[in-house]
Design a protein around this ligand. Structure first.
Ligand code: NIG
Ligand code: FE
Length: 401
């Protein structure tokens, strides 16, 4: 066996390997890697020989975490909107009055691609210090062919030092210059933005909601993206129920996000299509909303992932561990579900079958965490304490195919 690095003496390894039981925990474990892949996993005293050895004594090892939903490319600030919402203003009303997403659009359009890249790099590198190895990043604050393309190019995975999955979200809202001709904007997305942006994206997304796109517009946009080879996902059933979850699942959506107002038909369609539910407790908290129907999703067998939804307005949440803890506290996930939600199920939500678990053939992305002082080396300790989990060591292979 050719091995370039061995991580040994791991106090508790959470493999999250579907071939093992539960979260696939191994105590006093080692992982051998080469060529960006895991070659061997087992007890530390049986680890293969190799010159490069990393001592993980006392540490918890998880697959590099995966954040399956962010809007991490933006310019400007929405601190004034936070103040307005604390004073009682409502998110959808702010958007309909030309603020919210539209105020970020204004600032993002004025920024150069290199400014967008440098803001994004700073945000992603912070996430990396928290144990995140792969991040999904959306466009959607450009809302014109050139600015949507600039956002996606700013998020080029090359040189980022971690995995980046890109999503085209030209259908985030109707830009102000199209306010009275929304049909023309939908046509522009389909005829100009999508053909230009598809080569730089993995997914097509749409915000189907009050103040954004209606069901027919959303289906037309998702279908056009799918025809260009993009995977399908949507911001679904967040503020109002629209029926997009059922329709997008029938289109073969890989993931559907938010879901606070999903109904039984939507859940059944997701279960049938194998669509992952991406839960976003940060947005729920900041908008002081109620949780999605987690018990019904669980009952139907819909896999649940958890994202930060990092954005400058509805979810300025930079830490995936915090999102996982909030999913337990405010949405009723079990701790095992929360761990799956930021590892293997998050990888499935991004169409990455070899990421989010540690086993022979998986990508060699490992995140090593010290438990809080005096705490046992368990995921329970890591989840209970909010804001304490920096990764001690990150190994990111960058190979996600
Ligand atoms: O996922 N809900 C719509 N889109 C984003 C919010 C983006 C923003 O407020 O800038 C979300 O929460
Ligand atoms: Fe979002």
């Amino acid at each position: 066996m050719k091995v370039s690095t061995v991580v040994h003496s791991i106090r508790r390894l959470y493999t999250i390997d579907p071939k093992r039981e539960g979260l696939g925990v191994i105590a006093d474990a080692a992982v051998a890697i080469s060529d960006g892949k895991v070659q061997w996993v087992g007890p530390s005293d049986q680890a293969p020989d190799c010159p490069q050895r990393i001592d993980a004594t006392g540490l918890v090892c998880l697959p590099g975490l995966i954040d399956p939903h962010t809007h991490a490319v933006w310019a400007g600030s929405r601190a004034d909107e936070f103040a307005a919402r604390l004073a009682g203003a409502n998110y959808a009303d702010i958007l309909e009055a030309g603020g919210g997403i539209l105020s970020t659009v204004k600032a993002t359009r004025l920024a150069t691609q290199s400014i967008l890249r440098s803001h994004l790099t700073a945000r992603l590198h912070h996430m990396r210090t928290r144990g995140v190895a792969t991040v999904e990043v959306k466009s959607g604050y450009g809302l014109s062919p050139a600015t949507e393309l600039a956002m996606l190019k700013a998020a080029d995975p090359k040189g980022m030092g971690m995995g980046v999955v890109r999503t085209f979200l030209g259908a985030h809202t109707i830009p102000k210059e199209f306010r009275h001709k929304r049909g023309a904007y939908v046509d522009q997305i389909i005829d100009e933005q999508l053909p230009l942006c598809a080569p730089h994206a993995d997914f097509v997304d749409v915000y189907c909601d009050r103040g954004a796109f209606d069901l027919d517009e959303s289906i037309a946009i998702l279908s056009a993206g799918k025809a260009l080879g993009l995977r399908v996902r949507a911001h679904a059933e967040q503020i109002s129920h629209t029926g997009i979850a059922e329709a997008a699942a029938k289109l073969g959506a890989t993931a559907l996000d938010h879901l606070e107002r999903i109904d039984d038909a939507g859940i059944a369609a997701m279960a049938k299509a194998g669509t992952v539910a991406v839960l976003l407790p940060g947005a729920q908290l900041y908008l002081r909303d109620t949780p999605p129907p987690v018990a019904a999703l669980r009952e139907a067998g819909v896999p649940m992932a958890i994202g930060t939804d990092l954005n400058p307005g509805s979810s300025p949440v930079h830490d995936l561990w915090t999102a996982a803890t909030l999913a337990c506290l405010t949405q009723g996930l079990t701790m095992d579900e929360a761990i799956l939600g930021i590892t293997r199920h998050a990888a499935t939500a991004l169409g990455l079958p070899n990421a989010g678990w540690i086993g022979v053939g998986s990508v060699a992305d490992l995140a090593l965490f010290a438990p809080p002082p005096g705490e046992p080396a368990t995921t329970e300790s890591l989840l209970q304490h909010m804001g304490r989990q920096g990764a001690q060591t990150m190994l990111i292979s960058g190979a996600h195919t």
